[in-house]
Design a protein around this ligand. Structure first.
Ligand code: CO
Length: 152
């Protein structure tokens, strides 16, 4: 396993549309393992492959002590709206208020290529949606309705 470098806003790779994963092979498993190691090293709730410079539709979410590895995730249901604050490992220095659906259902494949479905609501749903946005080159400041600057 190896920790990977997290690229920051301004890097054009973060603005690309990532391609679907076609092979659920060792290379994918290595990427996922590295992403988990990287997330654990820096701390955070999620990480998407483009943030480590890999333009594939892969992201991870760690919420309530549980790790979710999402390959080719797709939003299949979305209900309501809510506003809360979020930040991003690729956007250091500030957080922002973003409107997102209140509850969602996501279909995705696990690392072995098995299809799965996950319901999420509240902040858990927000983390999934934030990570999935990365796969389409979207960063939270694009959707931000108010910037929050942390002051020490
Ligand atoms: Co992010």
């Amino acid at each position: 396993m190896a920790k990977r470098n997290i690229i920051k806003m301004g890097d054009p790779l973060l603005r690309k549309i990532s391609k679907p994963v076609e092979n659920f092979d060792d290379r994918l498993h290595q990427l996922l393992d590295d992403m988990v190691e990287t997330l654990h090293d820096v701390g955070g709730l999620g990480l998407a492959a483009p943030q480590v410079g890999i333009l594939r539709r892969v992201c991870i979410v760690e919420y309530d002590g549980k790790l979710y590895e999402l390959v080719n995730p797709k939003l299949v249901k979305s209900v309501g709206k809510c506003v809360d604050n979020e930040g991003c490992l690729s956007v250091p220095g500030f957080r922002g208020l973003v409107e997102r659906p209140e509850a969602i259902d996501v279909e995705y494949f696990d690392r072995k290529g098995k299809k799965r479905r996950q319901h999420a609501d509240g902040y858990f749903a927000r983390v999934f949606l934030h990570e999935m946005d990365h796969l389409d080159g979207i960063l939270f400041p694009d959707k931000m309705i108010k910037k929050i600057i942390d002051r020490d």
